[in-house]
Write a protein that binds this ligand. Structure first.
Ligand SMILES: Cc1cc2nc3c(=O)[nH]c(=O)nc-3n(C[C@H](O)[C@H](O)[C@H](O)COP(=O)(O)OP(=O)(O)OC[C@H]3O[C@@H](n4cnc5c(N)ncnc54)[C@H](O)[C@@H]3O)c2cc1C
Length: 510
């Protein structure tokens, strides 16, 4: 089957680009689960845009660049903040019911933002509102949607992406779809880690298939760990949004002592890497496995109205946020790296585009500013579609001169090789605090697993193989980067180094 646009993924990136593209040609959306299985629907905090009276895109740009620790591409970030207001208007037009106060859009505050600029919907159910609005509209329109259709490989002919090969995850049958533009919108790889806020589908398929197709992959060492996920024995990881700290929540240890001021003048509203490492240090010192997020000094009705989902979830676990401090610890949350693109979402393979969390245009640099990822997704999804309308397409992003390749490895036995083994290895050796010895062990173990893993025949096997590829890219880049910067912290190289103010790019020329 042939379409103008073949889009892989049905989170905000896939659905938003589909809704934009439908005006310009036939559109197929492929998604490996049901349409709403994605990270998007779990987003709580919201989407950043400088709409407040004291705010401006320039201030938003300055905060984004500062958080990115020297690796933000300024042109890309400028596009992000200056196109924000228009994209918010699109989302509103597509039916996303952003919250308002007295007729004005309500703006929340989150860590490392100098101003209140986070739009939210349904309090802390922003992602669910976005996903429902976009998927309902997509279903009512002329977009073809294939659920349970997993992209296994990208077809490349004469150096150009021409289509994708898919696996029906219910019948294991295969199909090929051809397209004028192939758009990867397959999300992140948070399932790499044992403790993660991410949905089950976040297995890095987009990065892995793009790498196999010869596209460049960048910045994979930069994994963001969210400081505050609910920590209760036997209870699945559940995010407690940064917006809760934005409303005044305090971080305290088991004795009720506030500790963030010991690490950063911004206290609880320091950037995520700083807060996650501070908690990691406090836990290492005390031997405890959790600290506490305390909102008991805030009015109960304000908490339940602003964070209905979090309030309800805590209540279901027997915790009343109004009176009980919430036990929390860090969890893997977001990958700053991904398939390298230019500011039009073009990868280095002509005809192949990427947007959303699987893409990397370097707007986040070494550390993403809270609520900039939903914004990045819509800003760059629209630019992808705009680019495909220009007469000289398909072009491609320029190749990086000094791209690296993952080294080949010897085939060895890989006992008990499953997702949990990868997640434990990554959490223990490629986590919040890293060092050379540990990273080298992880990189060589993953290389051996990569060589040993059988040819995938079903969805779980594909996901395992793709996680191993992403784990190798992350561990290898983290080992090479002998410094600390943003979310990448090496205890053996605890400072940033000028000669490392550059990106690490991987390309599979074989
Ligand atoms: C708990 C949580 C809270 C968050 N809160 C915020 C927030 O408040 N603000 C913010 O800006 N960001 C937030 N983020 C990050 C943000 O939600 C994500 O970065 C964003 O939703 C990613 O959108 P996406 O469309 O790129 O990916 P996803 O929404 O993850 O969608 C990926 C899609 O690709 C599909 N897919 C994957 N592999 C394949 C394959 N092989 N074949 C076919 N389909 C495939 C998946 O099934 C899915 O449909 C949060 C993330 C989490 C996990």
């Amino acid at each position: 089957m042939r379409y103008d646009y073949v889009i892989a993924g049905s989170g905000i990136a896939g659905l938003y680009s589909a809704l934009m593209a439908r005006e310009h040609g036939s559109v197929l959306v492929l998604t490996k689960g049901s349409i709403d299985e994605c990270n998007t629907r779990y987003a709580q905090g919201g989407i950043a845009a400088a709409l407040g009276p004291q705010d401006s895109p320039e201030l938003h740009l300055a905060d984004t660049i500062k958080a990115g620790a020297g690796l933000v591409d300024e042109e890309a970030a400028r596009i992000l903040v200056f196109e924000a207001a228009e994209r918010i208007r699109d989302l509103t037009r597509f039916g996303v019911p952003f919250d308002s106060v007295d007729g004005e859009v309500a703006l929340g505050r989150e860590g490392a933002h100098s101003h209140a600029r986070i739009l939210h919907a349904g309090g802390d159910t922003t992602g669910a509102h976005i996903e429902i609005s976009l998927s309902s509209l997509a279903r009512m329109s002329n977009i073809s949607i294939n659920e349970f259709s997993q992209v296994e490989e990208i077809n490349v002919e004469g150096g150009r992406a021409t289509g994708v090969q898919t696996l029906d995850t219910r019948t294991n049958s295969r199909e090929t779809f051809e397209g004028r533009a192939i758009i990867l919108a397959m999300g992140g790889c948070g399932q790499l880690y044992k403790v993660s806020t991410n949905s089950e589908v976040a297995t890095g398929d987009g990065v892995a298939v793009a790498y196999r197709a010869g596209a460049e992959i960048m910045d994979m060492e930069f994994i963001q760990f969210h400081p505050t996920a609910l920590r209760l024995p036997g209870v699945p990881v559940f995010l407690i949004s940064e917006a809760v700290r934005g409303e005044g929540a305090l971080l305290v240890d088991e004795n009720g002592r506030r500790f963030m001021q010991d690490y950063d003048d911004r206290g609880e509203l320091a950037s995520r890497d700083v807060v996650a490492r501070a908690i990691h240090t406090e836990l290492a010192k005390s031997g405890a496995d959790r600290v506490f997020l305390d909102v008991t000094h805030l009015a109960a009705d304000r908490i339940s109205a602003r964070f209905p989902q979090i309030y309800q979830h805590c209540a279901e676990q027997g915790l009343d946020m109004a009176t009980d401090p919430i036990p929390v610890s860090p969890a893997a949350h977001y990958v700053m790296g991904g398939v390298r693109t230019n500011v039009w979402g073009e990868t280095t393979v002509p005809g192949l585009y990427a947007c959303g969390e699987c893409a990397c245009v370097a707007v986040h640099g070494a550390n993403r500013l809270a609520s900039n990822s939903l914004l990045e997704t819509v800003v760059y999804a629209r630019r992808v579609v705009e680019r495909t309308l220009q007469p000289d397409t398909p072009t491609a992003a320029a190749l990086t001169q000094d791209a690296c390749a993952l080294p080949a490895a010897e085939v060895t036995e890989a006992p008990n090789l499953d997702r949990a083994a990868v997640q434990t290895l990554m959490w223990d050796h490629v986590g919040i605090v890293r060092d050379g010895e540990s990273l080298a062990r992880a990189a060589s173990t993953l290389a051996a697993w990569d060589a040993a893993v059988p040819t995938p025949m079903d969805r779980p096997a594909h996901e395992l193989a793709n996680l191993i590829t992403c784990g190798r890219l992350t561990a290898t880049a983290a080992l090479m980067r002998e410094e600390s910067r943003g979310a990448h912290y090496r205890s053996d190289f605890p400072e940033p180094r000028d000669d490392w103010q550059r990106h690490l790019v991987f390309r599979n020329d074989g």
